[in-house]
Design a protein around this ligand. Structure first.
Ligand code: INI
Length: 155
């Protein structure tokens, strides 16, 4: 239709400043998410250094995202972690606080934060989403952040 002005983000990371925040908990899985995000951004033209911040677990992701967002140095952030139900009775609390906190930081700072937090029932499901059968959610989160960063620039 001719009376619609569509605003879309290009998947081009050139010139952007990006930070990743990665939880150390379930490091075996999270490292693959970090790899997926770095690979995606590099293949989409990122030409500056990536800042990688490591935090103990998913619960700490929002605070680090907030600090990075408030620094004003970044065009986008990707939050990466893996919460696996089998290994904790407080699965639900960690998932809820991490996801709510990341969303709150993103809205308050008006900064795109790719949500690369796996929440799975077991390790096998997490591995599937970290670069095997079900793709790489770190790369997916980087893609979502990039598209949103580019679309926000035009609004
Ligand atoms: N943190 C995770 O990132 N993944 C988990 O699966 C997990 N489990 O199972 O407990 C987890 N817990 C730690 C939590 O995120 C905090 O680091 C901890 O409670 C200290 O604040």
């Amino acid at each position: 239709m001719s009376n619609i002005k569509t605003i879309e983000g290009q998947l081009n990371a050139r010139g952007l400043k990006i930070a990743l925040v990665a939880a150390r908990f379930n490091d075996f899985v999270v490292e693959r998410l970090v790899g997926g995000a770095v690979d995606y951004l590099t293949r989409h033209g990122l030409d500056s250094e990536i800042t990688l911040v490591r935090v103990p677990g998913a619960f700490e992701l929002p605070l680090a995202c907030q600090k990075l967002a408030k620094s004003g140095k970044f065009d986008g952030i990707v939050a990466l972690g893996a919460v696996i139900r089998g290994s904790t009775p407080h699965f639900d609390y960690v998932c809820a606080e991490a996801s709510k906190g990341i969303a709150q930081v993103s809205l308050a700072a008006e900064l795109p934060i790719g949500f690369g937090l796996l929440t799975t029932d077991n390790l096998e499901q997490a591995v599937e989403r970290a670069g095997s059968k079900a793709g790489n959610k770190g790369a997916d989160a980087a893609a979502a952040m990039l598209e949103t960063a580019q679309v926000l620039k035009q609004i």
